[in-house]
Design a protein around this ligand. Structure first.
Ligand code: BDR
Ligand code: CA
Length: 366
């Protein structure tokens, strides 16, 4: 019996230990559950925040070939929800801009509404300028006849309604003259105050112009509209010509041929760029990508290495300064003591050009 009792005591002790082990394991289990809960909460939070981080955007554009490429970056990005596209005169006539926008969306299988906006600048007549994108804005290649039509509604009402129905959440990416946005500001300034952010391709930045030595094309088209928008006190990020002129950010003949052998978007854009590329090559230059780089400020934000806070105003006198944008940098001392408003502009002053080019090419070729 004595010999039997010992193993029984041992087994009982082991069982007791196991039982105790189970009960002492409870806090660990609780901790595991807590960890799991935290992990799933974190996962949910991450999911929620990545949803929250998605920019709800309206693309306002005068769709020529580089605008179309910018729209393709936007439509291919999981960081953006395109609420709609609003078009205006600029690179091409109004309805051509709408058709080109529909083409770019169709290539990406994105079905966003396209609304018609301003057909001319606020005060002046439309300017005669060289059509660098071809007569149809898309290299005159007879590319796509889009399945969808432009909407019947008006672009300005669409912008205002979208902002009203989601106050503080809607952002605008402006790739052309700022006439539509100025009209929206004039029609309903209170609603426009609820616009979260405006991302702009325009101005010379801190460099030289392309429409005139001091003016960039989008500003030169309607300096009055630009002036209204710049002084609106809305938060605005501006990508100017000085950033896009950098050699590493330009497209070479080799890049175009990679695009031609790339995916559907690359093939489409390699053709649409025919006239624009030829325009640059005539003067021995590689091709600038203004509007795609402006869109990439949202879709590839790591590319933006530096911005400077500024107050800005556009010159509207009908002389050689028309369309020049004067930028007053926060912190700078101006001896003439000009009266300036708030520093609502963030001017992009440093770009990771390699990151931008690699990103652009990956959208067109992967
Ligand atoms: C701007 O002018 C247009 O040709 C381009 O689309 C871009 O928006 C560059 O000055
Ligand atoms: Ca443009």
């Amino acid at each position: 019996m004595k010999h039997i009792r010992k193993p029984i005591i041992l087994i009982t002790a082991v069982l007791l230990l196991l039982l105790c082990g189970c009960s002492t394991a409870t806090p660990d289990n609780t901790a595991d559950q807590a960890t799991e809960a935290t992990a799933s909460t974190t996962a949910e939070t991450t999911a929620q925040s990545s949803t929250a981080q998605r920019h709800k955007v309206i693309i306002d554009t005068d769709t020529g070939s580089d605008d179309a490429a910018g729209m393709i970056l936007a439509a291919s990005s999981d960081r953006l929800d395109i609420l709609g596209v609003t078009v205006l005169y600029g690179n091409v006539p109004l309805h051509q801009a709408a058709e080109n926008s529909l083409q770019a969306l169709e290539v990406c299988n994105v079905n966003a509404p396209v609304y018609i906006g301003a057909d001319k600048p606020l005060k002046k007549e439309r300017k005669e300028m060289i059509s660098v994108h071809g007569a149809d804005g898309m290299g005159d290649q007879n590319l796509i006849h889009p399945k969808h039509d432009e909407e019947k509604g008006d672009a300005i009402d669409f912008i205002l309604d979208a902002i009203k129905s989601d106050p503080g959440e809607v952002e605008i990416i402006a790739l052309g003259p700022l006439t539509n946005i100025a009209l929206a500001l004039q029609k309903d300034p209170d609603t426009m105050k609820l616009c979260k952010h405006i991302w702009v391709m325009g101005t010379t930045g801190f460099g030289a112009g392309n429409a005139t030595p001091v003016a960039e094309f989008n500003v030169y088209n309607d300096a009055e509209a630009y002036d209204i928008v710049l002084r609106s006190e809305l938060p605005i990020t501006i990508l100017g010509l000085d950033m896009i002129k950098q050699e590493e950010a330009r497209l070479t003949a080799d890049d175009i041929s990679k695009m031609a052998n790339g995916n559907k978007k690359g093939v489409f854009m390699s053709k649409a760029f025919t006239k624009l590329f030829a325009f640059y090559q005539k003067s021995g230059q590689n091709m600038m990508l203004p509007d795609p780089m402006a869109v990439a400020c949202l879709t590839m934000p790591d590319m933006v290495l530096e911005t400077k806070s500024c107050y800005g105003a556009a010159c509207t006198d009908s002389d050689a300064t028309y369309g020049q944008v004067i930028l007053y940098q926060e912190g700078a001392v101006y001896e003439a003591m000009p009266e300036i408003g708030s520093y609502n502009l963030e001017i992009v002053t440093k770009i990771d050009t390699k990151l931008f080019k690699d990103y652009f090419m990956s959208v067109m070729t992967d």
